[in-house]
Design a protein around this ligand. Structure first.
Ligand SMILES: C[S@@+](CC[C@H](N)C(=O)[O-])C[C@H]1O[C@@H](n2cnc3c(N)ncnc32)[C@H](O)[C@@H]1O
Length: 185
């Protein structure tokens, strides 16, 4: 009986951490489909040994796919403790734990300077603050690939309309999606 109670309490606690910690920080856990991740990394032209940062690593799927299929090295910044454990476990099970690191913390405080590519599946509410962080920290030529949200005032270098993927290269070009689409006509 005590075992059953302890088990139920543990599960409820883990579920609480899993669901509510990310929500407290403004972005619930919502995994990107692997097919969409693959397209995003192809759009970013991720190369072997490049370093990719995932802002909010979730279950680590972006970093694991980047390591397995592109030979890249990944760093995840993740606030959810359960997601961190899961990322490490999944990296181990996929045989890429030497290529995948995950740090507990808020991506808004993270040092992104070593990134060649930054992957972000967040919300447009995060865009303005993140833009400042990317502009001050990323080196020229670094790429930023976003899922489902774009950066106001920045013209994407490429755009996948079907999957709503935006690619930017630092330093950003002034404009927006409309100005990008105008260049395509
Ligand atoms: C929409 S999910 C994306 C997960 C993963 N990148 C993917 O594409 O499958 C957002 C992730 O960001 C994490 N997160 C939310 N706010 C965060 C913050 N301020 N700092 C770090 N991670 C955060 C959540 O825990 C969640 O795992």
């Amino acid at each position: 009986m005590y075992f059953l109670i302890a088990f139920t309490v543990t599960i409820v606690l883990l579920l609480g951490l899993w669901i509510f910690v990310p929500i407290l920080y403004g972005v619930p856990w919502r995994p990107t489909a692997k097919r969409r991740i693959r397209k995003a990394l192809q759009l970013a032209d991720l190369k072997q040994d490049e370093i990719i940062y995932d802002l909010g690593a979730g279950d680590g799927r972006v970093l694991i796919l980047a390591a397995r299929e592109f030979g890249a090295r990944g760093v995840g910044i993740e606030i959810g403790p359960v997601q961190i454990v899961l990322t490490r476990l999944m990296a181990l099970l996929n045989g890429v734990s030497s290529q995948v690191r995950v740090r507990r913390g808020d991506f808004r405080q993270a040092d992104l300077r070593e990134a060649d590519v930054v992957f972000a599946y967040l919300t447009s509410d995060h865009a303005p603050r993140l833009q400042k962080q990317l502009e001050t920290q990323l080196r020229d030529g670094a790429r930023v690939v976003t899922i489902s949200f774009d950066f106001p005032g920045w013209q994407p270098e490429a755009f996948n309309r079907n999957d709503l993927i935006f690619l930017y290269r630092m330093p950003p070009v002034e404009g927006d999606l409309t100005s990008f689409l105008d260049t395509q006509e």
